[in-house]
Design a protein around this ligand. Structure first.
Ligand code: ATP
Length: 210
């Protein structure tokens, strides 16, 4: 099984890294592909350039190879639709390999607004991670998908290429990129919220200092 962890990573922080690691261990994923979106379709444009976000992830991921930088969405022009990204993975890996899209509860709640969400659910499993301030949905389309597809067994994910949804309780780290950008803009250091190499990079590039 292969994990796909998409994001803006503006900047990457320990809330991304620790949760990705825990999901990899819990689900026995050999690889989790960390995919920065070139142009995230559902939000304001990132502050850092695609290249800066790529470099920060590269710094953050050095020293291990289970969490990997994946440039699939950086290479593609236009809005980074996840449904297109999954199609690229399928073309590369074939129809049978189980793919697991890893996302936080906040992102899962927004899934009905993504392009072709039903096709996303057909192409991959979802691992929905707990995140402070959020819960699993109890009404709406995301809740319906969750009820119909939920499993708590990792072996159900291994048994098919996609289509199931597994909630994963991870260490709750109340860290967001928004908060880090605000801290830096207010003249503070984001020390211990991001890897030290990422903190040094933000400082050297003068990123987020408004
Ligand atoms: P921003 O504050 O700029 O919106 P963010 O911190 O939410 O950014 P993103 O890069 O937008 O980070 O998130 C990518 C993915 O990582 C999403 O699926 C999100 O739910 C998940 N994620 C980010 N931070 C955490 C966290 N602290 N705990 C659990 N999941 C997280």
């Amino acid at each position: 099984m292969i994990g796909i962890y998409g994001g803006t990573f503006d900047p990457v922080h320990f809330g991304h890294l620790r949760t990705a690691w825990e999901v990899a261990e819990r689900l026995g994923l050999q690889e989790v592909h960390m995919l920065p979106a070139r142009q995230p379709p559902h939000r304001d444009p990132p502050v850092a350039t695609p290249e800066q976000r790529r470099e920060m992830l590269e710094l953050a991921l050095s020293g291990q190879d289970r969490l990997r930088l994946d440039e699939t969405e950086l290479r593609r022009d236009g809005p980074s639709w996840m449904v297109d990204t999954l199609a690229e993975f399928r073309a590369r890996l074939g129809a049978q390999v189980p793919l697991v899209l890893v996302l936080g509860e906040d992102a899962f709640l927004g899934l009905p607004r993504w392009r072709e969400p039903e096709r996303i659910l057909a192409q991959a499993h979802l691992a929905v991670m707990s995140r402070p301030g959020w819960t699993l949905p109890d009404s709406g389309r995301a809740a319906e998908w969750f009820r119909a597809r939920r499993t708590d067994e990792v072996r159900d994910l291994q048994a098919s290429p996609g289509g199931r949804i597994l909630p994963v309780e991870v260490t709750r780290l109340d860290i967001s990129a928004t908060r880090i950008r605000r801290l830096v803009a207010a003249g503070h250091q984001p020390r211990y919220l991001v890897p030290e190499a990422v903190r040094a990079y933000i400082e050297a590039q003068g990123l987020y200092s408004s």
